[in-house]
Ligand binder design. Structure first.
Ligand code: NAD
Length: 296
């Protein structure tokens, strides 16, 4: 679904104004919406103010009077905490659509949706791929889960952030996002090992990446992450290593819940877990390449 744009002037609560929520909320302000944002970080709130949005000092104040509530939070635990707050519940009005754009746990999402349905509030999941650059440019891939009516209602708002695809019932977007990131993390680590071996053999990593990108080993890691963040040595994609690890665990748990094999996924997750133990808490996920090849 692309191309539809919402009428300006919708009131949107935006909770979580970090690396992704910051540029996403700014795009909604630019599109002419009234955005009331909340984040515990005063810097993040100031950035929203600077773009012309309004920052408020609690999630409850942000959701007051909102037609849409967008959540862009670290994980399901934080999403659950925000939505369980009685002050937030008290200010959510019937017919409000809650859109969880965080990469959350699908089973938790389903429970939350059921819970809110009893209050006539719809919850859909709409996690994204495309990183900070995609968020800034409004070119995210948005994987949507939820009932048709709620998804159609949210579509005009989401169209300012990227292109949407309805993946299935509530939780489907979150399941797909976790699976996507398990694949992404696995091939990033595989790429790091391959490039390190080639480099030790005397190959130039730039030449390797260029040739792999027109060969069958190419991936988002060789196409985007190596040329933009690993080879320049900046490791600044804006997506934390621990957030990636969280997504990998969601995907491996999901496979376990449904009885699907995840032998490679579990091994890759264990390696990323070691990297998380070794690297700084703020490490970018692309630093897995540095971790895999310590001489880099
Ligand atoms: P981030 O850590 O930069 O931002 C999260 C924000 O949530 C922070 O500003 C934090 O202060 C805020 N927060 C924490 N608790 C809160 C609360 N109770 N109420 C309101 N705000 C609260 O993370 P991010 O990179 O923006 O990622 C957000 C979500 O998007 C995560 O689920 C992540 O997995 C997912 N994601 C990130 C990227 C990326 O490239 N960064 C890409 C796709 C998906």
């Amino acid at each position: 679904m692309t191309g539809q744009t919402s009428q300006a002037g919708t009131t949107i609560a935006f909770i979580g104004l970090g690396n992704m929520g910051g540029p996403m909320s700014a795009r909604l302000v630019s599109a002419g919406h009234r955005v009331n944002g909340f984040d515990p970080s005063t810097d993040a709130r100031q950035r929203l103010q600077d773009t012309g949005g309004s920052s408020v000092d609690s999630a409850a104040a942000a959701v007051d009077g909102a037609e849409f509530v967008i959540l862009m939070l670290p994980n399901s635990t934080v999403v659950e905490t925000v939505l369980a707050d009685p002050a937030v519940r008290g200010n959510l009005r019937p017919q409000t659509t809650v859109i969880d754009m965080s990469s959350s746990e699908p089973t938790s999402t389903r429970k939350l949706a059921e819970d809110l349905e009893a209050l006539s509030i719809s919850l859909i999941d709409a996690p994204v791929s495309g990183g900070v650059k995609g968020a800034e440019a409004g070119r995210l891939t948005i994987m949507v889960g939820g009932d048709e009516t709620a998804v159609a209602r949210a579509q005009p708002v989401l169209s300012h952030l990227g292109s949407t695809k309805h993946a299935g019932s509530v939780g489907a977007g979150h399941a797909l996002k976790a699976i996507n990131n398990l694949l992404s993390a696995t091939h990033l680590l595989a790429t790091a090992e391959g490039i390190a071996a080639g480099e030790r053999f005397g190959l130039d990593p730039k030449v390797m990446v260029e040739l792999i990108n027109t060969s069958s080993g190419r991936s988002g890691s060789t196409d985007n992450k190596y040329p933009n963040f690993v080879l320049p040595g900046t490791f600044d994609s804006g997506f934390g290593l621990r957030l990636m690890l969280k997504d990998m665990k969601i995907a491996v748990d999901l496979a376990e819940q449904v009885g699907a094999p995840s032998r490679l996924g579990a091994q890759a997750t264990a390696l990323w877990e070691q990297a998380a133990d070794d690297l700084a808490p703020t490490a970018d996920h692309t630093e897995i390449a540095r971790w895999a090849e310590p001489s880099n």
